[in-house]
Design a protein around this ligand. Structure first.
Ligand SMILES: [Cu+2]
Length: 110
């Protein structure tokens, strides 16, 4: 019985996690300096759904943490980055906490 309820709880947690992505990870070309990174971060923080932003030049990574239950449409993300002068190569929604991404880009080279 204990095992069954534990199984049920883990299934529920897995279902809840898949419903809303916490993080949007984007691969962006054209990032060359810290000034680019700052500009992108500023653009993305304008979205009301943005909770946090991580930009890594080395990894060509731009990540946005979303506020609970909120989202930003792909078209809006592309528009913001294209207007700032960068090319979005991919947009991926993940459950990776932004703190983990921040740690990953600080530690590892791509
Ligand atoms: Cu730059």
């Amino acid at each position: 019985m204990k095992l069954l309820s534990r199984l049920l709880i883990s299934l529920l947690l897995a279902a809840a996690a898949s419903v809303h992505a916490a993080t949007i990870e984007m691969t962006v070309n054209g990032l060359v300096c810290a000034f680019c990174a700052q500009g992108i971060e500023k653009q993305l923080r304008k979205f009301p759904a943005t909770a946090d932003v991580v930009v890594s030049l080395e990894h060509k990574l731009v990540a946005v943490a979303l506020k609970d239950g909120q989202d930003i449409a792909d078209a809006e993300l592309r528009r913001a980055l294209t207007n700032a002068g960068y090319a979005v190569k991919s947009i991926q929604r993940t459950d990776t906490p932004i703190a983990d991404l921040r740690k990953r880009v600080k530690q590892a080279k791509p």
